[in-house]
Design a binder for this molecule. Structure first.
Ligand code: NAD
Ligand code: LMR
Length: 329
């Protein structure tokens, strides 16, 4: 018997990430090849944006996706998020050359207050929310705080692009396939302060750290390459990453909903106090997922270098949070 369709709300649906994301959701890449979906697409009320959204929807229609059970365009989050089982909050202003993601704080924070409230009012009580719009961790924190009747665990921020970037760098350094790398994680904020950590990573059961055996490469090449990859793409393309961001959003939701089979991934989630990260802080953690729930990987030793890096990214997140406190008062 066919499964009941799940409702997927996507904001910023006519933007660059939207253009890479929607077709893959409708194609079953996110929730499974036997799972029908209904797309509820939100854009700003602006005539041009709504017209562009209609154009994207015409293209989605033209794909005749067998799993697409419905699709609607919205300018109001209260209708876009109605009964949503999943919400991908992409819509926000992207940064341009020379900007840091936190420069977007003021411009984008307002959006996530409004959208958090709307999710609180009308979404499914089990809605799984992924914030992609930058600064993603703090926006996810704002949305979570603006939705007090929904469980805090329903709100997540996208660190998966950083995780995938780190995987790809390790694969290229070791000459091993991406799929063979396990137990990698990225701690903290989706910003250059993030701490991509391969101390526990393994390839075919062997330690990646021992295989690389080069602390200088870690410090001077790997961490800056992963941390500043977003800026490098903006510099090269003149636009921020889009297809890789959409791919990471698909991976994040797929793994959250369908499970990682014991494997680690990275999700930005509200801390439960693990590893000394204050409760509620939206922080990248190593997690495993099962039955639609994530669990932080516990008991990992944190050496001095790692603690310094974790402190640095936590400090930045704390400052960002203080910067938006007035919006949540
Ligand atoms: P874009 O400008 O191409 O598209 C954004 C779309 O959002 C636009 O169509 C705009 O009209 C719409 N929008 C703006 N405010 C909205 C609102 N309140 N409600 C609904 N829609 C709204 O940008 P993009 O390249 O698609 O990037 C979107 C966001 O994702 C940016 O903030 C970008 O920095 C971020 N991003 C995050 C990651 C990550 O890893 N977390 C990666 C890449 C990009
Ligand atoms: C990225 O990491 O590519 C995105 O967050 C876009 C950006 O502003 O860096």
């Amino acid at each position: 018997m066919a499964k009941t369709p799940l409702r997927v709300a996507v904001t910023g649906a006519a933007g660059q990430i939207g253009y890479s994301l929607l077709f893959r959701i409708a194609n079953g890449d996110m929730l499974g090849k036997d799972q029908p979906v209904i797309l509820q697409l939100l854009e700003i009320a602006d005539e041009k944006a709504q017209k562009a959204l209609k154009g994207v929807m015409m293209e989605i229609d033209d794909c005749a996706f067998p799993l697409l059970a419905g699709m609607s365009a919205h300018a109001d989050p209260m209708t876009a998020f109605k009964d949503a089982d999943f919400a991908l909050l992409v819509g926000a202003r992207p940064r341009g050359p020379g900007m840091e993601r936190k420069d977007l704080l003021e411009a984008n924070a307002q959006i996530f207050t409004v959208q958090g409230k709307a999710l609180d009012a009308v979404a499914s009580r089990n809605v799984k929310v992924l914030v992609v719009g930058n600064p993603a961790n703090t926006n996810a924190y704002i949305a979570m705080k603006s939705a007090p009747s929904l469980p805090a665990k329903n709100f997540t921020a996208m660190l998966r692009l950083d995780h995938n970037r780190a995987l790809s760098q390790i694969a290229s350094k070791t000459g091993k396939p991406v799929a063979s790398i396990e137990k990698l994680c990225v701690w903290g904020n989706h910003s250059p302060t993030m701490y991509a950590d391969y101390r526990f990573a393994q390839i075919d059961g062997a330690s990646v750290k021992d295989a690389i055996n080069d602390d200088a490469w870690n410090r001077d090449t790997f961490l800056p390459t992963v941390g500043k990859r977003g800026a490098a793409i903006i510099e090269a393309r003149g636009l921020s990453s889009a297809a890789s961001a959409a791919n990471a959003a698909i991976d994040h939701m797929h793994d959250w909903y369908l499970g990682t089979n014991g494997k680690w991934t990275t999700m930005g989630i509200a801390s439960d106090g693990s590893y000394g990260i204050p409760e509620g802080t939206m922080f990248g953690f190593p997690v495993t997922t099962e039955n639609g729930e994530y669990t932080i990987v516990q008991g990992l030793p944190i050496d001095e270098f790692s603690q310094e890096r974790i402190n640095l990214t936590l400090k930045e997140l704390t400052e960002e949070r203080e910067g938006v406190a007035h919006l949540l008062a």
